[in-house]
Structures are given as structure tokens and as C-alpha cells.
Design a protein around this ligand. Sequence first.
Ligand SMILES: Cc1cc2nc3c(=O)[nH]c(=O)nc-3n(C[C@H](O)[C@H](O)[C@H](O)COP(=O)(O)OP(=O)(O)OC[C@H]3O[C@@H](n4cnc5c(N)ncnc54)[C@H](O)[C@@H]3O)c2cc1C
Length: 401
Amino acid sequence: MSDLEAFREGARRWLAANAGEFGREARRGLTVANDLALGRRYMAARHDAGYAGINWPTEIGGRGLSHLHKIAFDAEEMAWGMPNAYFGISLGMPIPILIHYGQDREWVKERVIKALRGEEIWCQLFSEPAGGSDLAALRTKAEPDGNGWKLTGQKVWTSWAQYSDYGVIVARSDPTVPKHKGLTYFWVDMKAPGVEVRPIKLAGGDSHVNEVFFDEVKLTDGQRMGEVGGGFGVALHTLMIERYIATDSAGFGPHLDLFVDLARDVEINEKPALEDGRIRQAIARNYALRSGLDAITARAMKMMEAGMQPGPEGSLQKLFAVRSRQKLSELAIDLQGAAGLAFDPHAFVKEDWTASWLNAPTGRIAGGSDEVLLNTIAEKILGLPQDHRPDKGVPFNQLSA
Ligand SMILES: Cc1cc2nc3c(=O)[nH]c(=O)nc-3n(C[C@H](O)[C@H](O)[C@H](O)COP(=O)(O)OP(=O)(O)OC[C@H]3O[C@@H](n4cnc5c(N)ncnc54)[C@H](O)[C@@H]3O)c2cc1C
């Protein structure tokens, strides 16, 4: 058995042993506050067991294993419904980027351990009303203020901001140069005076995303990450850290087997739906698509094992997996008739068709919208010409609104 397989086996055993205390059944019906508290205990247990910071350097509190080990653990963990979502962004991007760019190394080390144990949470403050897909269009200002900076503006769709202790943020420090060049990257204390977080309620009933307002929030220059004017590069680095993650060809929705079970149970024209040709076709199409996506993932993993970098085919994963989950969830709801509309606010997206369908649209926007992924596929995979960019080279303060 390879070292990676042995690691995966150990992870599977540990997760199985802890599922009773932390997994889906233990969480059913909990309030968000209690679920978050359980999540913090889970993260501490995961850290104690050596499954935290798996691919991070040991000097900073990680395990020093490969990226493939991390993906293997994440893929195993996904099956159990552990309360880890609150910490996903925090450990996925802000903390790794803090490890790269944080100025006070001792302070960084302390933050890393607290984040790994779920004691502190970090959010990622990139998107704004005027800057989402086009991040460089953002307007939040960072103005020089004495020895430091003053932050004013608004972010939106910030996941878990209401539970966050700190965040990483990109702001405009120079509006007189072209949009990509006038940005600077900082970390910010989410409890500082002038920071206000307002949760947004989503269609699925939860409020994990927020609007965040900054009103002349003071930053020291020690909070700067990277060069003044180099913020866009640090932002791209942040987004690239999570480029290869544990994927799920079910689009993080229910497994196809659950659809087959449903089609066995419900009837069309007084016969099991599974006997209907259109349902059988939908199952076959979905199976073929998911198998294709699994094959792309398997190839990317093999490339990484061989020390190579997989290409932009990861864009295909998210685009097709979430779209197909949305369509299959819709069909599952239709098959159940009126019962399909019953909404359970405590249902899990991976096992409930209605919850899966309600949450699918956000999956088609977060982390790159369908259209932006299509542009990536057109340019990077198919080699088509670049999108029209009329603002290229124009100073930000000379762009029309
Ligand atoms: C659940 C959820 C969680 C999120 N969490 C975070 C977070 O923690 N931190 C954070 O910073 N952000 C977060 N986001 C924001 C997310 O990154 C943005 O929503 C996303 O980048 C799209 O930006 P936008 O919403 O401003 O839409 P826009 O960029 O305004 O896009 C609007 C529409 O135009 C299309 N479009 C845009 N540009 C092009 C183009 N060049 N060609 C063709 N079509 C185009 C888009 O596909 C979309 O349909 C989250 C979003 C969601 C839904």
C-alpha cells in the first residue's frame, strides 16, 4: 500500500470513529450557534489527530505532507457531513496567504494554530457591489493616514464574516493608475471600530454571506500584505491557492444513487419511475457526465503525483457538476409531486433534493460564475481570442462609471 493510500485508510478510520460525535446525525436540528460550537470542537479534535494543516510547513504548525494528502483527507471527510464549513474559507485562502505575506511572523504563527483549531475564523473580503467577476474594478479605498492607512468602502457576499475575527482585504490605494495597478492587500481586524457586518438571507434560509461596511477603519502599515500597488497579484495568488481542491462530480449535491432510489419509490403512470424511458435517460446522461468528470479529476491527481501541474480543466468540473446537480435536483422535486416542495431548514444539501436545488444557484456564482468559467475554457483550453477589454491601460479615475 502506498504512503498516500495508508494515509487515506487512517483518515477514513478516524472519520468513522468520530462521525457519531460530530457528523450529520449529531448535527441534525442544531441551531447555527450550537453547530458552530460543535464545529470548533471538531476542528480541535482534527488538529489533535494530525489532520489539520496537512500540506502546510511544519515550522508553522502544519503536517508537512503533500497537497495530494490534503485532497485525499478532504475527499474522505466530505462523505460524513462534519461541521467544517465555517472554517473552509478561513483555512482555504486567508490563512495560507497570511503564511506567505504576514509581516510579524510570531503573530502569524499564533493565528495559524488558532485558525487550525477553530478558535479563530478569517474571511475573504474581495467582492464588492462594483467588483465581482471583475475584481480589479473594486472601489473600497485605502488612503494613507499617518504611518498607516484608513479603509473606507463596502464589500458584499463575504462568507462567514459575522463569525470572523479577521479578514483579508483588497482595496484601492491609487485611483490614478490603471485598475489592476492601484490595489493594495491587507489583513483587517473584524472587531475594529468602523467595521459593520450585515448578514444577507439566502433562498435556502441560511445567512452565511454578508455585507461588510468599513468607515475610516485604521490599519497599521504592518497589516499590509505585499507591496503597495501589488494587491492584485496577491489577490490572484490567494485565488490560485485553492485551484486544486477535493472535487465532487455530484456538484456537492446528492449522489446519483439517491436519485435511483427515489425513482424506484415514486410512480409515473402507476409504474415505478425507474421504468420510464425519460428517467432512465436522465440517469444514464448524469452517470456519463459524472464519470467523465471523475476521469478528469483522476488524471489531474495522476499528474500531480508525477510532479506535474494539471491544466485549466478544473474549470470544467465546477461548471458541469453544479449545473447537472441543479437539473437533477429539479427532476427529483418534480418526481415527488407536491411532496417535493416540502422545505426542511435543517436538511443537508448532499441528501435532500429540495435543499440541493435551492442552494445550487449560489454554487453557479461563488468562486467564478458560469460565464466567467466559460470564458476561461474558451481562452485557456480552446485558445480562442481574449474577451474585449476596453478599460485596459486606462487610469481607474478616468473610467466611466
Ligand atoms: C454563496 C456565495 C459566497 C461567496 N463568498 C464570497 C466570499 O467569501 N468573499 C468574496 O470576496 N466573495 C464571495 N462571493 C462573491 C463571488 O465571488 C461573486 O459573486 C462572483 O465573483 C460574481 O461576482 P458578482 O456577484 O459581482 O457578479 P458580476 O461579476 O456582476 O456578474 C453578473 C453577471 O454577469 C456575468 N459576467 C460578468 N463578467 C462577464 C464576462 N466577462 N463575460 C460574460 N459574462 C460576464 C456573470 O457571469 C453574471 O452572470 C460569494 C458569492 C456567493 C454566491
